[in-house]
Design a binder for this molecule. Sequence first.
Ligand code: CMP
Length: 147
Amino acid sequence: ERERTLAMIKPDGLSGNYTERIKEVILESGFDIVKEAVVQLDAERASLFYAEHSGRSFFDSLVKYMTSGPVLVMILERPDAISHWRVLIGPTDARKAKISNPNSIRAMCGVDSEKNCVHGSDSPQSAAREISFFFGDVRSDNADTVE
Ligand code: CMP
């Protein structure tokens, strides 16, 4: 069963010119990039996107990081896309990723548990929420749609 997930290259990933390498990994891993957009988040939008973390000690710093430059958001599609993308990006803490998952995307371009370069939805519910957060209602979009 094909599935969609929301992938994001965070400000440090974009400014560090990791986009092309990350896209190569995405396509080599059998994902289709259904849609993509470069977006500059403001504090309000970043806070809304990460609302579930609003009580955490790192929240203010996270919002600052996520608004420090544009991000690239993508809808990725393939069978089992949500868990497949999570495995490819590796653990949240990029320092850990460099040790336990050296081939992961976060090992390649992340720095620590905050500046971890990429994001992936963690469940079907968050994938649906995050995709509509950036792209609106795209559930019926596909290549076979007759205009
Ligand atoms: P992400 O997977 O996008 O989801 C929540 C984000 O919060 C996470 O990546 C990190 O950027 C950030 N984050 C998670 N845990 C911590 C932490 N312990 N310290 C700082 N930032 C964190």
